[in-house]
Each structure stands twice: as C-alpha cells, then as structure tokens.
Design a protein around this ligand. Sequence first.
Ligand code: FAD
Ligand code: NAP
Length: 552
Amino acid sequence: MSAPDRKPEREAFDIIVVGAGFAGLAALRKVRDDLGYSVRLIEAAAGAGGVWYWNRYPGARCDVESLQYSYGFSEALSQEWCWTERYATQPEILSYVNHVVERFDLARDIRFGTRVTSTAFDGTTARWLLETDRGDRYLARHVIMATGPLSTPHIPPFPGQDEFQGETYHTGLWPHHPVAFRGKRVAIIGTGSSGVQVAPIIAEDAAHLYVMQRTAGHSVPAKNRPLRPGEQDAVKARYGELRAAWNSTPGATAWRSLPTDEVVVTGDKSALEVDDEERRETFERAWSYGGYAFHRAFNDLLIREAASQLANEFIREKIASIVKDPVTADLVTPTQYYGTKRVILDSGYYEMFNRPNVTLVDVRSDPIERLTRTGIETRNARYDVDVIVFATGYDAMTGSLTRMDIRGRGGMLLRDVWKKGPVSYLGLMVAGFPNLFIVAGPQSPSVLANVIAANEHQVGWICACVKYLDTRGIETIEATPEAQAAWVQHVNEVAAATIYTKGDSWYVGANIEGKARAFLPYIGFPRYVAKCEDVVGKGYEGFALGPQAARG
Ligand code: FAD
Ligand code: NAP
C-alpha cells in the first residue's frame, strides 16, 4: 500500500509532528484542537497506527491489557470503544487507531507516505526547516518527534542476504497481504516478544519450523481470553479513577486485576523473605492469572539478583513440565536474570516445541554464518528453507532519530551528539536543539510503562510548555548542559540499582552492532511525572528560555 502522489509542499506551521503512532496522533489532536495551533503531521507509512500499522504478523497483539492499552484523553472515546479480548490483536488496535483518526478528523492534517529526511534549526529565525523524501520543505516554530521507540526494524548483517531465493519477512515490516506458510519449510530467527508471538502460529501451518534461538528469554503465559460479559462495563463505570490509579504505578498499568480489583498478588514482599511454600504459591497464582502479574509477584524480582534467580527457578520448573524433550526444555530455559531482557507474554510458545514439525536450533552454540541460495548455514549445519522470518528486533529508542539528519545550533548533528550514548534532559529535549521535543525517546519511561499512558503524559507536558512560552512571548526553550548531565547521571544511577543493566538487550543497545552501550529507558513512571511537574513548578528549571520575541 502506498500513499497517493502529490506535489511537494512549502508551508510554515506553528508545530510539525513527525510520526502517526499513538504519540503523534495524540499530539496532533491536542495541539490543534485544544491549543488552536497550525500543525502538520508527517508519517512515513501509508496509514496511521505506527507499530500497529507495521507489525501485521500473525499473532501480533498487545501485552498490556486492552482496557488499559488505550487513550485516556477522551472519556467519550473510552466509553464508546469496545474491546473484545483481554489482550487486543493488532487488527483490533489498528481499527481503534483508525476510529480515533476519523472521530477527531485527524487525517486532513497528516501527510502519509512521507518520510522526514532532515531537519535543521536556524538560530537567526528560531525556525526548524524540515525536508522530506517527497521534496517538501516545511518551517516550524516547534517540532515534536513522535517517531517511536521501536520503529526502526533491524536485520543483522548476515553475509549472503541477497543470495537467498526464498521469501523473507521482518515482523516489523510485515506485508499487507496474508503470508501463506502451509506446507513450507520456515526458519524464524529471534525469540524475543515478536518471535514468541508469531512462531506458534507459523508452526500450525508450516511443513517444518526451525526456531533459531540465540538467547532464551523469559516468557510467562498471557492467558488471553475473550472479555467476560460485564467486565468491560465495570471498568468503564470508573475509567477515570482507574486510569489515575494505574498511572500511579511504576509501569502505569493495573497493579491489581481487572476489573474487580481482586488481589492476585500483593507484590509487597521480597521473594527472599517468604518461605518456599509461600513463594511457590505466590508464583503459581501469578502464573495462572497470566500476564505481568508475575512481575509483581514480589517487590524485588527486578532489583535483587537472588530474587530474580528464584523467579528463574520457578520458570525452569514450568518449562520442564511443558516441553517434553529434555534437551529442548533445557535450551529454552533462560539463564540470565529474570527481567534483564523484556519479559515476554506468550500463548502456547513452550507447548509448540512438542510438535513434531518444530525444531529448536541453538544458534548460540552453533551461530548463523550466512544465508545461502537455499537457506541458512550455521557453523556446523545447513537448513534448507522456503521462508525466513526475521524476528530480530529494532534499533530501539534512538534508531528512528539517528536515521534523520537532525541539526541543532551550529549545525551539530544529533547522531554525533549521541555517538557515545544518548543524552537528554527528561528524555524530552537535548541541549543545543531548541524547540525540538521528543516523545518516547531515550531516558524517558515509555517502554517500561504502558506506552500510551507515558506518551500522553509527555504530549501533555510539551503542549503546556509551548503554551507557557507563547503566553510570555518566549521564542525558544532548550535544555541546559548542566541539567542534561544531571539527568543522564540520574537515569544511570536508577538503572544501576536494578538488574536491567546486568544483561545484553535492546534496553542497553547491545542488540545493534557498534551501538554504544547505555541504558536507554528511565525506570519509574510516577517518579518521572513528579520530576516533570517539579521542573515546571520551578519555572522550567534546567531549561534556558530564549529571548522574548518582538511580537507582531
Ligand atoms: P510508533 O507507534 O512506533 O510510531 C512512530 C511512527 O513514526 C511510525 O509510524 C513511523 O513510521 C513514523 N516515523 C519514524 N521515523 C519517521 C520519519 N523520519 N518520517 C516520518 N515518519 C517517521 N507497548 C505497550 O505499552 N504495550 C504493548 O502491548 C506493546 N506491544 C508492542 C508490540 C510490538 C510488536 C512492538 C514493536 C511494540 C509494542 N509496544 C507496546 C511498544 C510500542 O512502541 C508502543 O506501545 C506504541 O505503539 C508506540 O507509539 P509511538 O507513537 O510512540 O511510536
Ligand atoms: P527483540 O526482543 O530485540 O528480539 C530479537 C531477537 O532476535 C532476540 O531473540 C535476539 O537474540 C535475536 N537476534 C538478533 N540478532 C541475532 C543474530 N545475529 N543471530 C541470532 N539471533 C539474533 O525484538 P522483538 O522480539 O521484536 O521485540 C522488541 C520489543 O518490542 C519487545 O521487547 C517489546 O517491548 C515489543 N514487543 C511487544 C510485543 C507484545 O507482546 N505486545 C510483541 C512484539 C514486540 P539475542 O536475545 O541473543 O540478542
């Protein structure tokens, strides 16, 4: 699908938003309808939805419960939309997004099928000039980069990529037509959240599926199910109150179960302070309930190495009880600390290995060396296949920003500034890049929270900031280098006190060859919100506010 042809545009706006995922759409609506600014949104895809536009692979669904993974800005919208399952599928989320676009008449201000290639700040006019791959040139007073934390798909540079004669797909660039796996030999590379979601569905059709695993992740059952009668109404009856309660938790999600507030796990004890029986019983309850209740079974699974290992032991036993072949069971059992990689929710992933048409290939001990005309060659074996599915992840959090030429004061490139790892103030702005705001960027909580809630918070902060500047006739806002350095240090200190930094994952940039190792997200949504409010309360502390414009 491609966007219709159009002539290049030359226009000026108060605000340009880049990206039509949940963040960009929320920004467009708020900036235009609540604040009354002129705005244009530019989106590379032919439609809205961001992640949910691109990730059309079978089995794609959210891992935050559908009643929570939705916008909170409009009570009417919250009331009228009906979800059907505990975790919404990609098509349902995309329908929701398209409903939002239509309901709030957003499409008229979006240019689809248009990629921003560069943007540069002109210090004399205090304007950003944005250029696109369609020859557009836009001027803007402010830019909101809503380009997504997981929006730049990554395929490792295996030699021989061009030689393979079969079909290849990346989960994050899935075609719009159905992909037929029936009777085909398929290899899937990668066993993160995407691989674990898609593999069991491919296995149902494929003649044979080779699951190429380098590192076994931690996966807990999602326990997806249709929403029960009355369940949705019970949430809708107190949506505002519930969303506020969810937003007061570290992950901006329900601490207790939906919708009854039944306590699945209290999460107020250390895994180390209870006896074996209580620990097992608590883990068991969380496992049976499904989803991220397991995360919250104890309050230190993501903090103390010994606690994290206890979660590992429980999961190892579960895997051993599901996967019949002991060698495979052993291989799919994670060895790194629970939570160092993003914990996965699955539907029948471990059960899939009991199928006769599925083989686990351990590409840690026998690494992939190259693709060939007919398949994949590892150091010691050859796998002839018809289809290769890359579930190999993303250049997370920085990738979409560093792929553009973003030039701030004196022509400095954001890509260069971030060479040794990203720097920012509150994850929202970078020193030397005035009036350029980032949503879901590095050093913000986004990916460690319900991302829609985190996005909405940042969009709200940015809009209030622009309004503040305009009512005072202030032309520019910019992070000070001192405040930025202090924020980077704080982000790292918070992370160092957890187990997040103790493994290799996209959280630390380890999945991309040559990417600087740096902890990318900020841990703790409510602490972040409080800090953002504090900064505002102190007159945008840590930001340099530019000259008052000569008005008129
Ligand atoms: P995106 O949805 O990534 O949107 C960014 C948009 O910017 C894209 O449409 C992209 O095309 C566009 N863009 C990028 N660069 C340019 C450019 N130069 N020019 C023009 N356009 C550009 N989070 C959760 O909280 N719960 C979940 O269950 C969950 N599931 C996920 C499942 C998958 C498969 C993936 C990949 C991520 C998931 N996430 C989940 C994280 C997800 O990133 C967020 O939930 C959310 O969708 C991000 O919205 P966004 O608007 O910030 O970014
Ligand atoms: P990912 O978590 O980064 O997983 C990538 C996988 O590819 C890993 O198993 C990785 O192995 C493997 N890989 C990478 N390079 C390889 C190589 N050269 N050889 C062999 N294997 C290689 O990516 P993802 O699964 O797309 O998920 C990214 C994030 O998106 C998730 O963490 C989550 O936040 C979000 N997401 C959410 C859902 C959901 O359930 N709602 C679904 C999909 C994605 P190593 O671990 O060894 O590097």
